[in-house]
Design a protein around this ligand. Structure first.
Ligand code: FMN
Length: 394
C-alpha cells in the first residue's frame, strides 16, 4: 500500500524526529554522553539566578518587539522560523483558491460560502428587494464551473450543487430587476441548460421540524461529565458503521459560512495506526493498543484571504467535539492527540497522507472501546466564574 510504503520509507531514510539547527550540529560533532551532559548544564543554568535573569531579559525583548508589527515580522524572519509552515500553507492555499476561481476550475468552498450568503439574504427581515449584487456574478461563475466538474465525474459535488441550484433559483425569483442580476441570470440559465442536475430534495424554504424529543440538559450534563479522554482500550475493532454515523453527526456542526473546510482520515489497520499514530508524538506508551486513529485535515484552499487562516482549525475542532460525543454515546471512547507545529511532524504527515501544500493536519484522535474499569485522569475543570463573564463585569 502506498501509505505504508511512504511511512516505511521515511523511517528507513531516518528523516523522522530529526534534530535541527544548532542541536543537530552539536549532536553530530559531540560524543553522545557529552551532548547529554551539555543538556544537563543547560537545564541547571535555566534554574540558576543568572539563567532566570537571562530568560527574563528575553521576555523583555519579546514584550518590546510584540508592540510593533514590523519588529515582530523581522523577528520571525531572522530569529525564528516557527511560522514558516503556516505562512507557506496559507500562501499555497491562496494561490490554489485564486487559480480555482479565476482560471475557471471552480472552488466548491467559495461556491458554498456565496450560496450560504444568498441563503441568508433570502431569510432577511424585512425582505430586501435587491441583495447579493457584489457576489452574484462570481457565484454563478463558480456554480457553472462546479457543474462542469460534476459532469466530469466529481460526484462529491452533487449535493452542494443541488443546493446552489435551488438557492440561485430562489434568488433570481425573488430579487428585483437589475442589470447585474440580469446578466448573472442569463449565465445561470445557460449553465443549467448545458449541465444542470435535477434537484432531489426540497431545501427552500427550510423550516426546522422539532423532533418529538431532544436530549435533555440532564442528559447532556451526564454525557459531558462521563466523557473523559480514554487512553486504554480493549482490542475490539470499532465498527466502521459506528464511525460513519458519528462522522455524519459531526458534519452537522456549524462551520464559517457553511464551507466545511476539513476532512477526517481514519486508520483502523493495526500497522497503519502504529505508523500514523507515531507521527504527532503525543502517544508514547499507549500507542501500541490504540485500535483506530483519526487525523483531521484542514483544507486551507477554501479561503482566499489570510484573515480566515484560523477557520479550518475552528471548524475542524467544532466538528471533532461532535464526533467525540457521537462516538461516546455509542460506547466508543477517544483521546485527542495534539498535532504540534513541528517541521518533521508536518513533513511526515504530509508525506504519509499525500497532502498537497494547502492542506494541513490539525489534530488527531485515538479511538476505541474503553478498557473496562480502567481509571482515567480526573482532569479538574475550571470554575464557572473563571471561564464566564457577563457584560465585562467583575
Ligand atoms: C487539542 C488537544 C490535544 C491533546 N493532545 C494530547 C496528547 O497529545 N496526548 C494525550 O495523552 N492527551 C492529549 N489531549 C487530551 C487532554 O490531555 C485532555 O483532553 C485534558 O487533559 C482534559 O481531560 P478530559 O479530556 O478527560 O476532560 C489533548 C486534548 C486536546 C483538546
Amino acid at each position: 500500500m502506498k501509505l505504508e510504503r511512504k511511512l516505511l520509507a521515511v523511517e528507513e531514510t531516518g528523516t523522522a524526529y530529526k534534530r535541527r539547527g544548532v542541536r543537530r550540529v552539536l549532536y553530530a560533532v559531540l560524543p553522545e554522553n557529552f551532548y547529554d551532559r551539555l543538556r544537563g548544564w543547560r537545564l541547571q543554568f535555566d534554574a540558576s539566578p543568572l539563567g532566570q535573569s537571562f530568560r527574563l531579559a528575553g521576555a523583555r525583548y519579546l514584550s518590546v518587539i510584540s508592540k510593533s508589527g514590523v519588529l515582530s515580522a523581522l523577528h520571525y524572519a531572522f530569529f525564528s522560523r516557527e511560522f514558516d509552515r503556516e505562512h507557506q500553507a496559507v500562501l499555497a492555499a491562496r494561490a490554489r483558491h485564486i487559480r480555482d476561481v479565476f482560471a475557471g476550475r471552480g472552488n466548491l468552498y467559495m461556491l458554498r460560502r456565496n450560496v450560504h450568503r444568498l441563503e441568508k439574504g433570502l431569510i432577511m427581515k424585512p425582505p430586501r428587494p435587491i441583495f447579493g449584487l457584489d457576489k452574484i456574478g462570481e457565484t454563478v461563475t463558480a456554480h457553472a464551473a462546479c457543474l462542469r466538474q460534476l459532469r466530469n465525474g466529481e460526484e462529491h459535488m452533487r449535493t452542494s450543487i443541488e443546493w446552489s441550484t435551488e438557492i440561485l433559483n430562489a434568488y433570481f425569483a425573488r430579487v428585483s430587476d437589475h442589470p447585474v442580476v440580469r446578466e448573472a441570470k442569463a449565465r445561470f440559465d445557460a449553465a443549467e441548460a448545458e449541465n444542470g442536475v435535477p434537484v432531489t430534495e426540497e431545501r427552500v424554504p427550510f423550516v426546522r421540524e422539532q423532533p418529538a424529543s431532544l436530549p435533555t440538559i440532564e442528559q447532556l450534563e451526564q454525557l459531558a461529565l462521563y466523557r473523559r479522554s480514554a487512553r486504554w482500550f480493549d482490542q475490539r475493532p470499532v465498527p466502521r458503521e459506528v464511525i460513519d454515523r458519528a462522522v455524519l453527526i459531526a458534519a452537522q456542526s456549524p462551520t464559517a459560512c457553511n464551507r466545511q473546510p476539513f476532512r477526517f482520515e481514519f486508520f483502523d489497520r493495526h500497522d497503519l495506526v502504529q505508523k500514523v499514530g507515531a507521527v504527532p508524538k503525543g502517544t508514547p506508551g499507549w500507542l501500541h493498543q490504540i485500535p483506530c486513529f483519526m487525523v483531521i485535515i484542514g483544507k486551507f484552499e477554501a479561503f482566499r484571504f489570510e484573515r480566515d487562516r484560523h477557520v479550518p482549525y475552528i471548524d475542524g475542532c467544532l466538528a471533532a467535539m461532535a464526533l467525540i460525543n457521537a462516538l461516546e454515546v455509542q460506547g466508543v471512547s477517544s483521546c485527542c492527540v495534539n498535532f504540534p507545529d513541528f517541521a518533521d511532524t508536518e513533513k511526515r504527515m504530509a508525506e504519509a497522507l499525500d497532502l498537497p501544500p494547502w492542506e494541513r493536519a490539525i489534530m488527531c484522535l485515538a479511538i476505541g472501546y474503553p478498557e473496562d474499569g480502567e481509571p482515567v485522569p480526573f482532569s479538574q475543570k475550571l470554575p464557572l466564574d473563571m471561564i464566564r463573564r457577563f457584560n465585562n463585569e467583575g
